[in-house]
Design a protein around this ligand. Structure first.
Ligand SMILES: C[S@@+](CC[C@H](N)C(=O)[O-])C[C@H]1O[C@@H](n2cnc3c(N)ncnc32)[C@H](O)[C@@H]1O
Length: 373
């Protein structure tokens, strides 16, 4: 695993958003990314790993492939794992945690596989093995092919490092950014989220508008690897990518606490200059900014059938407000129930696949520019 020859880098996302992530990765200048189930694969060295963590908004984590080999029984895994070049990437003084998964393979006990690999790391490198925390080593045995990867991100990448305040049903930043991208948002038009909750969409949009790196305010697991070069990383982080945004990003919510939360999160993210939050119900919203833009909404879902029924009037009212006042704007609606989405009466384009989100499956419903009624 040398930077010269390059190795496989995997950027994980939820099933259904791989192509969207791939488009982002390609757009950010990474060479020949390929969408595969569960993520995007590309080849590169450690600078590409650091850059992917620092730049890419949609990835949940970035894994670096360390080794791959065929294996059919545990004793063989035990022996082969001792020949992995652990010391080329891991440090003897940094604790590691091993997680394994097995599918369609003769080795089917993931706990036993993880234990063998953990023992091999400890025996050959001396690194302490822990149950929680530490650098994560991922072992995946699929059809008798064992791949060993290092999680270079650490804390999942949706944790941008600015969000202390969250409401009960926050959208993950990574997913919000991919939905914005699917809506064609490039940061040059006004954006409104009229049910902003903790402000996720508005803050992501403002960062896109200002070209701020999503990973600028946090640490990563790769800083604790043997391959880390603190000076090169400092130089990479110091490159100023920002621009003065041309458009404003606004959020509103009927709940005063949510508005407070959004303001606090925006301040920590350093985007107060080009975001605005106010308390308002959906029936009070108005277009702003002098040109049409994007309305993105993640309304309450209603997890039980009775609750869903009760939400119909809210979705109808929302549709009415958008169709009558937001002519020329596009809408992106994140919903779990087709019936609720269609109650808005909005002219949706064919939706993408439902994607898993916090135990639910959510779908992004998009419109083109809304026509006059
Ligand atoms: C699912 S949450 C949105 C979560 C948000 N995307 C985030 O990442 O934090 C739905 C939000 O809609 C707001 N809401 C519900 N009914 C509303 C209404 N009639 N007008 C405005 N906001 C409303 C709630 O207060 C809640 O914050």
């Amino acid at each position: 695993m040398t930077a010269e020859s390059g190795f496989e880098i995997f950027l994980a996302t939820v099933p259904g958003l791989e192509e969207v992530l791939c488009a982002e990765v390609r757009g950010k200048g990474f060479r020949q990314p390929r969408a595969v189930p569960g993520g995007v694969v590309l080849r590169g060295g450690w600078p590409e790993v650091w850059r992917a963590n620092l730049w890419v908004r949609g990835a949940g984590r970035v894994l670096a492939r360390l080794d791959a080999f065929h294996v059919t029984h545990l004793a063989q895994l035990d022996a082969r794992a001792r020949r992995v070049a652990w010391g080329s990437v891991l440090r003897p003084d940094v604790p590691v945690r091993v997680e394994a998964s097995c599918s369609g393979s003769r080795i089917y006990h993931s706990g036993a596989a993880a234990e063998r690999v953990a023992k091999a790391i400890h025996a050959t490198l001396g690194a302490p093995v822990v149950e929680e925390g530490g650098v994560l080593v991922r072992v995946r045995i699929e059809r008798d092919l064992c791949t060993i990867s290092i999680d270079t991100s650490g804390e999942p990448l949706h944790k941008r490092g600015y969000k202390e305040a969250i409401n009960p049903a926050p959208m993950r930043e990574t997913m919000a950014s991919l939905f914005l991208q699917q809506c064609g948002f490039d940061g040059t038009e006004p954006l409104l989220d009229p049910m902003c909750g903790s402000g996720t969409f508005v803050i992501e949009a403002a960062e896109i508008a200002a070209r701020l790196n999503p990973g600028r305010a946090r640490h990563f697991a790769f800083e604790r690897l043997a391959t880390f070069d603190a000076e090169a990383w400092a130089r990479m982080r110091a490159v100023k990518s920002g621009r003065e945004p041309v458009a404003q990003c606004h959020g509103s919510d009927r709940d005063a606490g949510a508005v407070e939360m959004s303001r606090a999160n925006a301040e920590r993210a350093g985007v107060t200059g080009f975001t605005e939050f106010r308390q308002a119900t959906i029936s009070e919203i108005e277009p702003f900014g002098g040109s049409s833009g994007l309305v993105v909404i993640n309304p309450p879902y209603g997890s039980r059938i009775g609750e869903r029924q009760a939400l119909l009037p809210l979705y109808r009212a929302m549709g009415q407000v958008l169709r009558s006042r937001f002519v020329g704007w596009r809408v992106g609606l994140v919903a779990t129930e087709p019936k609720l989405a269609h109650a808005t009466g909005l002219p949706f384009l064919p939706p993408g696949p439902p994607v898993p989100h916090g135990g639910l499956r959510v779908t992004l419903y998009r419109t083109a520019a809304l026509p006059p009624e």
